[in-house]
Design a protein around this ligand. Structure first.
Ligand code: NAP
Ligand code: 3JN
Length: 343
């Protein structure tokens, strides 16, 4: 049996990755609606050997749609997701708009799949950096109890959409041609100041909020607490944009209630769903973005005890954030709904 499926934001980085994954994972698509802004309406995209005309995303477009993946920004989700859900469409939303709503489950299938049982039409897909970190924190919490988490991220430009990828590509060429690169997109397109990302790092992802933290940093804190059902978890984040096209990397320092040795952590993580361990100092083996683009797992390496505390760990984590951080996680949510007879 197939499902009538819609992608809102089909022309974007996340939307296009969803289309690739539908084919790769043989998702049972019957009818497919590709929705985007009025700018794209009337253009065509290829799927499964067919040419599909892109339509403007409107509330009426969801009639007869069983499941809709939203990846067109928070304001589009705010405007259209409730209307779609009211018509009986199950919405999987990639934006932050509903993530912290108490009646909206925020789900990583490897971590908290049971939260899918209480959805009321909208299911939120967490932020990409949150997903990548929480997949690793969950088994460590189960085994040893989390006391405190400190993370710094190294986030690829594709996290800021197709325009940011084009900007890095152009700036690298300009720089190497001896031309001063201009910036229009990063760190946040809608803010007045933009900075070069080629051969640079930008310590700002999303807008600034309370305490001098950015919204991306607060997303990592608040979403991780919700997903792990640990509302009091001590956790702090610093998020940084780096000149990498694809794959977010995270340095994560963890304090646990119970002490774990390096070999125990390696074994625990290697046997946890969705995680691969690449960790061998002898052979200089560790995860890196350039070799992991397009992969599905969350990769962990550089596993060390942090001897500055009684029971502490340092980890280096890399994952393709367009896949596991966005498109793949949302598709896994849909697959889990089907497995549980909830779709
Ligand atoms: P992108 O490459 O910039 O693509 C944006 C998409 O949204 C395009 O398809 C665009 O259509 C569409 N869109 C823009 N304005 C619209 C409107 N008014 N009505 C309908 N469609 C509209 O961005 P992206 O990287 O794919 O990310 C899209 C969203 O996914 C982000 O805003 C974010 O909320 C979410 N996201 C989530 C994660 C995550 O961590 N879960 C990661 C990345 C992104 P046109 O081509 O017609 O303009
Ligand atoms: O910047 C990144 O690396 C990840 C960005 C995700 C993102 C981009 C624009 C809007 C989000 C998100 O998923 O948190 C949003 C959003 O708030 O919806």
């Amino acid at each position: 049996m197939g499902y009538n499926v819609a992608i809102v934001g089909a022309t974007g980085v996340v939307g296009q990755e969803l289309l690739t994954l539908f084919e790769q994972r043989k998702f049972p698509v019957d009818q497919l609606k590709l929705l985007a802004s009025a700018r794209s309406a009337g253009k065509t995209m290829e799927y499964g050997g067919r040419s599909i005309v892109i339509e403007e995303a409107t509330a009426e477009a969801f009639t007869g749609v069983d499941i809709a993946f939203f990846a067109a920004g928070g304001s589009v989700s705010a405007a259209l997701a409730p209307a779609a859900a009211e018509q009986g469409t199950v919405v999987i939303d990639n934006t932050s708009h509903f993530r912290l709503e108490p009646d909206v489950p925020l789900v990583i299938p490897e971590v908290n799949p049971d939260d899918l049982t209480w959805h009321k039409g909208i299911i939120a897909n967490p932020n990409c950096s949150t997903i990548i970190m929480a997949v690793v924190l969950a088994p460590i919490h189960q085994a040893a109890g989390l006391k405190r988490v400190v993370t710094s991220t190294y986030q690829a430009v594709s996290g800021a959409g197709a325009a940011a990828m084009t900007e890095l590509d152009r700036q690298v060429r300009e720089y190497l041609d001896g031309v001063q690169p201009t910036a229009q997109v990063l760190p946040v397109a809608s803010l007045p100041r933009h900075y070069q990302i080629a051969f640079n790092l930008i310590p700002q992802i999303d807008v600034f909020q309370e305490g001098g933290y950015t919204k991306e940093e607060w997303k990592m804190v608040k979403e991780t607490r919700k997903i792990l059902h640990l509302p009091e978890l001590a956790i702090t984040a610093t998020t940084v944009r780096v000149p990498v096209f694809r794959c977010h990397s995270l340095s994560v320092n963890i304090e646990t209630e119970k002490k774990l040795t390096v070999s125990e952590v390696r074994e625990l993580l290697a046997n946890s769903p969705g995680i691969s361990v690449i960790d061998d100092p002898e052979t200089q083996s560790y995860p890196m973005p350039a070799v992991l683009s397009g992969s599905d797992d969350v990769y962990v390496g550089r596993i060390r005890e942090d001897n500055s505390v009684t029971s502490g760990l340092n980890l280096w984590i890399v994952a393709d954030q367009i896949r596991k951080g966005a498109a793949l996680n949302s598709l896994q949510i849909a697959e889990e709904l089907i497995r549980r007879g909830l779709l």
